[in-house]
Design a protein around this ligand. Structure first.
Ligand code: ATP
Ligand code: MG
Length: 276
């Protein structure tokens, strides 16, 4: 069964359909141990998680619990110590073209224009750049940056740079988009706007997304499902379905159901912000 990408308002039932769709991503019994001079550090402990085709999953967890490690493994940049990651039916053994990544910092190349920064994955994948120019412009339009295609990163605000990074993550049409706290460095207002924009982009493109965040409201606003990880070594503590209709809007933040879901997630964190 394949799930049609969302267009317009989505009922909670559609979120359930995405969850139950054939898994785009299967993480099975994943363990990661880093060897360091101070001894071994266990970052993840037998973590299992699946993400459906077109599903938006947010991962919440305290600092140092292994969230970035998880994304590095899923993107094939790092090999696990145990367990397996299967993406689109094939085990992940290295970086793959069906994955896009957006890091916490935009990490743009300062000597390249906005347009050329968006095209970086195309060059890396050795695909014909000329064939992707129109797509890059479409993505810049989608992210509200079409007038800045010829500008350089240092001419853009932090929020605009991060939007370039989102466009770059989507240019090669990956089935899975991985986002590691992409809005953490932004001011509160830009962050809210970017969150709404991300929802709109996701609804248009129908990608599977794994979105890492420290922010409970951000996770609830964006996700079909929120996964809570424990303190290091990261273990799966809980998975919570977010049954709010889409598109979620500014007023969603004031709704009782939104507050109830946030409170449910907050219960996993003690007052000093650490998962139990
Ligand atoms: N290359 C490495 N060598 C040794 N230890 C590492 C390495 N990378 C990460 N770690 C350790 O693994 C643990 C998990 O790190 P990771 O970066 O995945 O955490 P995180 O959940 O992303 O944290 P944050 O929320 O602060 O970004 C930490 O204790 C960290 O010190
Ligand atoms: Mg991290």
């Amino acid at each position: 069964m394949s799930v049609t990408p969302l267009r317009g308002t989505a009922a909670p039932a559609e979120a359930a359909a995405r969850r139950d769709a054939p898994a785009r991503l299967e993480i099975r019994d994943l363990s990661v141990v880093y060897a360091s001079r101070q001894g071994n550090v266990k970052a993840l402990d037998r973590l299992s998680l699946s993400v459906g085709d077109g599903e938006f999953v947010a991962v919440l967890g305290p600092s140092g619990c292994g969230k970035s490690t998880l994304l590095k493994i899923v993107s094939g940049l790092l090999r696990p110590s145990g367990g397996q990651v299967v993406l689109g039916g094939r085990p992940v053994v290295g970086p793959r073209p069906d994955v896009g990544i957006v890091f916490q910092q935009p990490t743009l190349l300062p000597w390249k224009t906005v347009l050329d920064n968006v095209l970086v994955p195309i060059r890396a994948l050795r695909r014909p750049v000329a064939e992707y120019q129109d797509k890059a412009m479409d993505l810049l339009r989608l992210t509200g940056l079409e007038r800045f295609a010829g500008h350089y990163p240092n001419e853009l605000s932090g929020g605009m740079q991060q939007r370039v990074a989102v466009a770059r993550g989507l240019i090669h049409d990956p089935a899975l988009l991985l986002m590691d706290e992409p809005f953490a460095a932004l001011d509160a207002m830009t962050r809210e706007r970017m969150t709404a924009e991300l929802q709109a982009i996701w609804m248009k493109t129908g990608k599977s997304v794994v979105f890492i965040t420290h922010s409970i409201p951000e996770a609830v606003f964006l996700a079909d499902r929120v996964v809570v990880l424990s303190e290091r070594p990261g273990r799966l503590l809980e998975t919570i379905e977010i049954d709010l209709p889409r598109p979620r809007r500014a007023q969603t933040l004031g709704e009782p159901r939104f507050a109830a879901l946030c409170n449910r997630l907050r219960a996993f964190f003690s007052v000093d912000g650490h998962a139990q």
